[in-house]
Design a protein around this ligand. Sequence first.
Ligand code: AMP
Length: 349
Amino acid sequence: MSSKLRLIILGAPGSGKGTISSRIVRDFKVSHLSSGDILRKHIREETELGLKVKELVSRGQLVSDDLITKVVLAELGRLSSTSWLLDGFPRTLSQCKALDAKKVPVDRVINLNVPFDVIVNRLKHRWIHPPSGRVYNLEFNPPKSPMRDDVTGEPLIQRSDDREDVVLQRLKIYEKQVKPLVDYYTSKKVLETFTGNTSDFIWPLVKTNLQALKAQKHAAETEEHQLAKIDSTSSSKEPVTHTGHKYAPDDFRRVRFEVAEKKVSPNWGIDLIAQDPVVVCNERIVWSSGGGPLGHPKVFIRLDAPEIHDCGYSGRKFIHKKFYDPSKHGASITYDDYLKEMHKQEFAA
Ligand code: AMP
């Protein structure tokens, strides 16, 4: 099972968005979809669309929401079975909403936050040799002879849009443009902001975050898969844990899923990882990981009552905050109520 990643990257000009994007592509094997690149390709190839947008793109003005959305959605359609990273799109709230309207899933929005004075400083020291495209930084990577290209000796120039006042102006425009997007994806709880002065500082943070996201998605998918497996085998009443573990009929750990309508949810109010074996045994104990072959008991279940009890010791610290209500500490609730509660918490959201 390989979890797909559907990502969006936001970053001001000069924030290192290109560098971070290429590292994401390299390490997470995602397809990079840059709206600017797509448009530039159309312009180069002089397609109908290219001719239509040429003027706007050369002036750095946004093309219409309808047009860019159509182009990007068409490209995404081709990538629907892979992981992707959207760069340069969406740029407006209406583009965000267009993605939602088409039910395009977004797992994470990576928001790069490099202080503007750092960007201004970096860009104002950037000088280039236009014929070769070689880039120098007067502070960190200066040419061997002042203001001369190392290879040809020709003079270096500063791009007009790297001038301090121009950069600052562009950053201000970006800030205004990105704000509604940041608000929108924050409210959807998919946005993560990564702050730092350099890409080398920011990259490990992004990488760790995406690794965790991938693991989380993988665990959720495994869980779904296992639950589906239980559901599909439930009619046979074959005792099996939610992870698919089977025990011999005389094994005391043999599950007794028959007692419950909904059987054992993998999230019994405990912070279980997907691989945890959870067994409801006829010793009336629910075990999961945390030490020993099956771990510390976290809650125990009385199958004769039936009731669920919080163990009140070692395992308690693993109880998921989301489910743990200190006011109910030590309290027992009936099995049916517990199931209702779990159902409400897990599926009602
Ligand atoms: P970029 O390389 O992302 O800066 O994009 C280059 C140019 O393509 C922009 O200045 C716009 O003219 C156009 N463009 C790219 N993406 C979009 C978008 N999402 N919405 C509108 N115009 C865009």
